[in-house]
Design a protein around this ligand. Sequence first.
Ligand code: NOJ
Length: 758
Amino acid sequence: MKPHRILLIIFILLGELTATGQTDRGSKMETYINSLMSKMTLEEKIGQLNLPSVGFDITGPILSKDVEQKISKGLVGGLFNTYTPDAIRKLQDKAIKETRLKIPLLFGYDVIHGHKTIFPIPLGMASTWDLPLIEQAARAAAAEASADGLNWVFSPMVDIARDPRWGRVSEGAGEDTWLGSQVAKAMVRGYQNQDLSNPSSVMACVKHFALYGAAEAGRDYNIVDMSERKMQEYYLPPYKAAIDAGAGSVMSSFNEINGVPAAANKWLLTDLLRKKWGFTGMVATDYTAIMELMNHGLGDESKVAELAIKAGDDMDMVSEFYLNQLKKLVETKSLDVSYINQACKRVLEAKYKLGLFDDPYRGVSNERAAKEIMSADKLALSKEAALKSMVLLKNDHHILPLQSTSKIAFIGPMVKDQRDLIGNWSGAGDWRKAISLWDALQRQYPGNNFAYAKGASITDDTILLNKLNRFGAEILPDAQSPARLIEEAVRTAGKADLIVAFLGESCTMTGEASSRSEISIPESQKALLKALKTTGKPIILLLMNGRPLTLGWEDETVDAIIETWFGGTRSGEAIADVIFGKYNPSGKLTMTFPRTVGQIPIYYNAKNTGRPFNENEKFTSKYLDISNTPLYPFGYGLSYTTFDYSPISLNKTTINASDKLEATITITNNGKIDGEETAQLYVRDMVGTVTRPVKELKGFKKVYLKAGESKRLTFTLTAEDLKFYDIRMKYTNEPGAFKLFIGTNSNDVKEAEFNLAL
Ligand code: NOJ
């Protein structure tokens, strides 16, 4: 027999064995859970649906009382907001040793960009465009979190967002559907590591289902009103991608969708998620979301509990309405017990898949935690991620990288800041373990010529400070007056050759409940920058922030700008490496930076309209006072070198349904420094039964080029990549003309044309 036939047979056999293995495992689970459920009382089943919070929490009051007693009575299915081997063992002991049926607990936590080793915020991670790195970071977070006793993480957040006023854009991958879907899959793979029963895997929870990122006016928790076309095309695919990647759980979101809050939305949680997409895992609500259905105006405690369970929420996070209402609803015949059975079964299945019935503690120990947590490899990965996440927004006359021997004044409230480096939702991260930029500089360049002045507080706005400090954000205004701080900074800067100003947002100005109506650098810091400008010295602006900012004035004023995000535990060292050229920046924006707030929502994959933007014609789609163009487009990011793109060559100009279109381009590093480029592929469908965006990302390739080096890159497209929802809302291809673009960002591209013939 020919070798390739033998290989094929082995392949088929392996496939069958795996499939049989899975079915066996599936039927074993079925038998186990059916038998367990046959012994459970109604109260115990309802208990499995209860997900209270223990310990601290910043997003709301802790409502769950007497948690420990409830665990002993079998009235808790899972807990969140606690970790460490000892705490987890103690709580799991209660479930295992004190309850009648010894059903283990789930332990969840908001592990968003790392557990204890903190990576850049998700928006920064996405800016790396490095999917293997994103997967590895999630893997590292899973290893740490599971060693610390957790088995469930409330991540990835895959909400597409086009409005940077929304504070939670920092928690997602940005505005693009295709890229967001790739990131979602990578994170699920990283967390779950193909096998949930592996003690170093954790169950992912895709959130916030759904469309939370489209909250009206960028105001958190606000309503969403959206056409089905927009949902299906732009907002839903990343959730679907995460589910297809095997995510074990989903979190229903706070927002309403077209009049029906997600937590009570049967169309969303049952018809779409389960029936159409085939999701078989578990759904948990967001924090007190069932209780909030009363504020939404859907009824009293009993009614909203009924709506939520009937819609498809399996676990009730914190409200405890299931615990208090479901039994009565069954007794009064308002609820069929099958809803409770079904939800309970899904929770137990999640526990089974996690291996909790075999080992409720999943081998958790202080020794394992000590080995895993903040291990050298994880810290190194965190630095790599910080390096790759930074985006060079401007670099006039190649002022960067700097010479470490220069006389440099480091000015700004972020220079010595540790707290903000690790960002919002930094899990169990300890900011004291983060090294500030200043400390990194002292360690890496002893005997340097660097001077420091704080120059400004992050903000002097006392009303804002009160709001930010309400939950212990601890942003203290400086003891010196703003004028004195600026004076000192100008004096320090005056003695230097150049200024590195490190400005931005505090981490609490982003994230949940941190929407802003103005997204500029706070006034106190703007005043500082203005004063620094009067020195006439060159200014490098480093930014620490969690959303696109409006930077029009800064872009005109300073010589160079680097977006460093909230870069995590190793961010200070990474920034120092970028400033002095030890690393050539390669990050690219995944969210458009507007010129003004008035341009929002602004995103690259917009529609052409019937009167496309033309600055010189009155009756076109534009503003009188500002251009339509963003300050920095999606996909934008410079390097210390420059990359030249050749024209695109196509292997054919017409493809059919089964063809592969190959688009080839040669990229040359025509500068003097080695560097990495992310070449992006976009398409535009020129004619359709419905309007199509002017560009849509369909792929990218990262390429490392030495100075002077060229490489050919070939992108492959198939008809599948060109599908969309047609006039009948059918996901399909339409034949006709397409444009294909390859370039360094969504705006600066080479162009070619091809046809799809069906
Ligand atoms: C509320 C947030 O919306 C969600 O992202 C988070 O997972 C839960 N609180 C639990 O902390």
